[in-house]
Design a protein around this ligand. Sequence first.
Ligand code: COA
Length: 391
Amino acid sequence: MISSPPPPEAGLRGAVVGNTTLSSINGDEGKLIYRGLDIHDLARKSTFEEICYLLWFGALPTRAHLDELRAKLAQRRSLPKQLVTLLRDLPPTAAPIDVLRTAVSAMGLFDKHVNDTSRDASLEKAITLTATFPTILAAYHNLSRGEALVEPRRDLDTAANFLYMFFGKDPDRDAARVLDVALILHADHGMNASTFSAIVTAATLSDMYSAITSAVGTLKGPLHGGANEGVIKNLLEIQSPDGVEAWVQDRLSKHEKIMGFGHAVYKAYDPRATELKAIAKDAGQRAGNTKWVDLTERMEQAVWKQKQLYPNVDLYSASVYYTLGFPTEYFTPIFAVSRVAGWCAHVLEQYADNKLIRPRANYVGPRGIEYVPVQARTSDVVLPNAEPAAS
Ligand code: COA
């Protein structure tokens, strides 16, 4: 009898797939650190560019080093003109996250050193990818509406420039800081699904663009980065605070998942949700419209009362992005604008100490089935259902 390895826990819960020095989650205490620094501290005091430096170089930069990275990111924002043509030719109805996935894949075609996985070449790719994500999204947003392309500005940081290109006007300073904080909070998060798919691809020594394309495709799913779009769809459906309790009850009675709640690792309040809740409230007050954050808070209370589930990062990011004026279908791509920094950092880490990631599956199917030639089959030979794994 062939022995099988012990069956893995569904969804690889609790499995450790490698070492990292980038970020760590303490799910029981609701804590998150980037390279040892507490996320609350970083959200309140740092900037997205500084987080990129921290993740890619493992240091808090001097002013000079930070300025150097900011300048490099600013210089790399423009897209190859063939990529702009591609974006122009895509269906205007395409989902922006699918456009982003396609554009990242296409970006690799314009890099002469696409297959160079050395640290220096990979750092250049990390800078290019992080610099161009906002441009790709803003360009598609404008082109798909028949509007002119807005060229990136070099005098603005990532968040402010993204708002400028997307909405075609000088960004409000407070709005830019709100987006900057959201970018800080989403930049890395341990071995999440999209990061895992990036490193699985990189571990075959495939190129950085392929790894990040895999990651974007994985982020898209509603159980991962796609949840923030689900949150706002739910809020738009509910509309009034009085409808929240009954709506939640209805969903839970049908055993449906409510987007923005629950987490595979956190069994306490997600620290990113704490920060996003605060900025969602501030942003709502400044915009003179707290409807969405109020509705979100009501939903948080109702879900806690009925199911004792904590909010995750996607719950309050939804009202933050909505208040900033982003269309719903851009919420998940905005997550990617930040997480690309973390994905690239993990790919750099993977290349530096690479081993092909090749787990096994626990075969639970039949064995010893005799082959019946096609001429002898009067109907499909239906094989026995999968049997329970041998213990
Ligand atoms: N809404 C309703 N019930 C939920 C829920 C949610 N968002 N998240 C978890 N649950 C319930 C499950 O139905 C299950 O209940 P049961 O024990 O009564 O059957 C229990 O909580 C455990 O759920 P499980 O799916 O095993 O949790 P998980 O830790 O494996 O899943 C997620 C984590 C993120 C996949 C899950 O919470 C989810 O689907 N959330 C909604 C999507 C989302 O917001 N994703 C973004 C994550 S950052």
